[in-house]
Design a protein around this ligand. Structure first.
Ligand code: ADP
Length: 202
């Protein structure tokens, strides 16, 4: 069975970029955001439960989750946010587990934005790594990429763990304040380390 490494970091820290660099080295990547999107597509496994809990209004004409409507609701209604997470999180975890445990690679990389905020993953993962950069860098990159306002990104950052907390919890940190070349170098080194950890754990 593959060794399981969880990759986390705040919004705009560079998780997707890092995951792509690991994938380029041949590492299978399981992305929990992508799983969440699949679950809420037309005929997605989460649609019936979302319809039952929130009503037809939150399902669009194609049968998918109306993402924008739901985003607005959960932004202002904490109970609704919890209700949605109670539906989605177990389904995401089940699918992530299935994908990771059916891999034959030495190790798999799981991208989990809220790794330390949720309970499911911590005991199941063998190792964790956080992508770390200055909050100003995070803010600049996240606003540029998503076209989100600074205010929205700051609100999302406030709901996530702080940079310091993530660094405390994670086994490793990847610094992403520098260039992509510098990032690539760190990933190459970590890749060797994870191959060794995977071999040792067998
Ligand atoms: P996350 O998945 O953590 O939200 P992304 O990997 O999508 O973050 O990165 C956010 C944005 O910043 C993307 O547009 C990405 O291309 C860019 N980016 C990430 N790392 C770097 C870097 N080292 N140098 C320049 N741009 C970067």
């Amino acid at each position: 069975m593959s060794y399981r490494v969880g990759l986390t970091g705040g919004i705009g820290s560079g998780k997707s970029t890092v995951a792509t660099l690991f994938a380029e080295l041949g590492v299978p990547v399981v992305d929990t955001d992508a799983i969440s999107h699949q679950l809420t597509q037309p005929r997605g496994a989460a649609i019936p439960a979302i319809r039952a809990a929130f009503g037809d209004d939150f399902i669009d004409a194609t049968g998918a989750l109306d993402r924008e409507k739901m985003r607005q609701l959960v932004f202002s209604d904490f109970a609704a946010k919890q209700r949605l997470e109670k539906i989605l999180h177990p389904l995401i975890f089940t699918q992530a587990r299935f994908l990771a445990e059916s891999s034959a690679a030495p190790y798999v990389m799981l991208v989990i934005p809220l790794l330390f905020e949720t309970q499911e993953y911590r005991h199941w993962l063998h190792h964790t790594v956080t992508v770390d950069c200055a909050e100003e860098t995070q803010l600049a990159r996240a606003t540029r990429r998503n076209g989100l306002s600074e205010q929205t990104v700051l609100a999302i950052m406030a709901q996530q763990l702080s940079r310091t907390q993530r660094l405390q919890f994670a086994d490793d940190a990847i610094n992403n304040d520098g260039t992509l070349t510098e990032l690539r170098l760190q990933i190459a080194q970590l890749h060797q380390r994870y191959l060794e950890l995977a071999t040792r754990s067998n």
